[in-house]
Design a protein around this ligand. Structure first.
Ligand SMILES: [Zn+2]
Length: 256
């Protein structure tokens, strides 16, 4: 979303007139854009000011009376609906169709926009760890493209055995692994490569539900994907584009 778009849409946002997707997009832009946040604050301040008592005027009694006389008298009884037998059916359908369309829209839009956000603290932690691994000379403790070397390397170093698979044939070769520390515990970090991009996969046993919910988000310019697979909580981080990272996460989740 550009600032120009945001400036047009922020009025609708303030009035609650936007659809959910646009509303969230504007909200996000305003939160991230210093120019738009001040513009938004100014509009809000103006609205508040306009609601002030000192801007309200009581209409003179004569004017009220004049308006009242100008409005045609309302009929005493509302126009009756045709009361033929069977009319309930089309009316029910007339009500049901917009409701069904609304429900369908919710079903289509909801999974994308109402999905719970990534655990912010954990997402920050894995991104920080990813950046650290790239900056320092500590990308790998065990440098090997052989999954049969990497997997046993973790034995005795962790109280769980992470699943280690090489996805070389899919364009994501395994290059090594290391121990890392996330969420207050030692975790396995598997390192993959795709072209010049490094992908870190952090794994530790999942405590919650073992559903393989997959969520992707951008944090500080890195794409982060969280999924649960084979009882493991997996966080995939890279500067790789979302589409390719999603493909890779699909491989990790056994759905590639
Ligand atoms: Zn902006």
């Amino acid at each position: 979303m550009t600032c120009d778009d945001a400036r047009v849409l922020m009025h609708g946002h303030l009035d609650g007139e936007l659809d959910l997707a646009a509303d969230l997009e504007v909200q996000r832009h305003i939160e991230e854009c210093p120019q738009c946040v001040s513009e938004y604050a100014a509009i809000r301040a103006m609205r508040t000011r306009l609601k002030d008592e000192e801007f309200r005027f009581e209409a003179p009694a004569a004017l009220k009376e004049k308006i009242r006389r100008a409005i045609p008298a309302t009929p005493s009884r509302p126009a009756a609906y045709p009361s033929r037998r069977g009319t309930w059916m089309p009316r029910a359908i007339r009500v049901a169709i917009p409701m069904a369309i609304g429900a369908m829209l919710v079903l289509i839009i909801a999974p994308r926009t109402i999905a719970p956000p990534l655990d912010q603290r954990l997402a920050d932690e894995v991104v920080a760890s990813h950046v650290r691994s790239l900056m320092a000379t500590h990308l790998m403790d065990v440098a090997s493209t052989d999954q049969h070397t990497v997997k046993p390397w973790f034995n005795g170093k962790l109280d769980f055995s992470p699943p280690v698979t090489d996805f070389k044939n899919d364009g994501f070769p395994l290059v090594g692994g290391r121990l890392d520390y996330i969420n207050g515990r030692p975790v396995a970090a598997l390192v993959y490569q795709h072209g010049k991009h490094v992908i870190n996969v952090f794994m530790w046993p999942s405590t919650g539900a073992t559903t393989s919910a997959m969520r992707i988000e951008t944090e500080h310019g890195y794409n982060v994907e969280q999924l649960t697979t084979a009882g493991m909580n997996c966080w995939v981080v890279s500067d790789l584009n979302q589409q390719e990272l999603e493909k890779f996460a699909g491989l990790i989740g056994g759905k590639g």
